[in-house]
Design a protein around this ligand. Sequence first.
Ligand SMILES: Nc1ncnc2c1ncn2[C@@H]1O[C@H](COP(=O)(O)OP(=O)(O)OP(=O)(O)O)[C@@H](O)[C@H]1O
Ligand SMILES: [Mg+2]
Length: 352
Amino acid sequence: MITFESVTKRYPDGTVAVDRLTLEAPTGRITVFVGPSGCGKTTSLRMINRMIDATEGRILLDGVPVQGIDPPTLRRGIGYVIQQAGLFPHRKIVDNIATVPYLLGWDRKKARATAMELLERVGLDPALAGRYPFQLSGGQQQRVGVARALAADPPVLLMDEPFSAVDPIVRTNLQDELLRLQSELNKTIVFVTHDIDEAIKLGDQVAVLQVGGRLAQLADPKTLLSEPADDFVREFLGQDRGIRRLRFISTAGLRLRTDLTVAEGFDGSSPERWLLVVDGDGRPLGWRSSDRPEELEPFGTFVHGTDSMRAALDAALLSPSGCAVAVDERGRAVGVATRQALDEALAEAADG
Ligand SMILES: Nc1ncnc2c1ncn2[C@@H]1O[C@H](COP(=O)(O)OP(=O)(O)OP(=O)(O)O)[C@@H](O)[C@H]1O
Ligand SMILES: [Mg+2]
């Protein structure tokens, strides 16, 4: 656990970058610092590994004040990832990843073997090991940056806008990959971003900072979206707070109808306006309307219990039937969420 106890940073020119920051970053979770440019995110992060020293207050690592730990020892247990990866341009990828193990005096073979394992772990082709950073795409370099930070298996990972310099699709992939890695590694991560959507997606808890280095709100993403502490936070969260909150509402309780599904080739009659046609494996093929039974209409699916209400509503909106098709992990239809069922679930979510 990382604890900030009323931490202030005043730069020599008088700028107060961080103002009496008090919070805890729990072990094994992702804490995101988010806020506009200049609100003190980087300063707060760098005080953890003492690249910057606090002016007042204390930062504790599992109860031990970092001010009492000499920086090299401290940093051995803290991985650090920055924007544009910050790789050493004259070192091959494998040696970039093995930087800290080399510094720690590991046997070269062991260091390289660890680097190769990590290369795969972050989703890169081992064939890239012998290249130089300039021979990789921005997204690949960023993955190498993450691998390098993980090389000595530190319990703590500090990430300062690590995905800001890549395009939105690559960024989404990197975020998903980080969540996947974290589900295996359970590091204590402090992640800095100015992008509120990234914060909401990645954070177990989100600290919203205001210019002047004041903590405006510390909350889990769902609470942040439903109960912003003040106008600053509300404005920073921006549009669509309600819609975005749907991401945190489970579809597990969504009522499904199983009597609207028919096999391909079904030519019986039904009082229903819409019927879902499935193939021999139970996979949806399309909606058949009683007005135009000769043609199948498009459908949208969500994985029942796994995907959120946001996905379920999206699925409903993709189809003229207005219904969402619930599927299992293998894509087989398990039922249909009608508008009425979606309505009920939304009403319940709004209540609770
Ligand atoms: N070495 C320094 N000397 C004086 N002021 C500084 C110094 N470093 C940062 N600052 C100021 O401290 C404040 C916080 O800076 P910091 O880099 O922590 O912000 P940030 O939230 O990371 O911003 P960004 O999103 O732009 O990266 C800013 O007003 C900045 O100008
Ligand atoms: Mg910064």
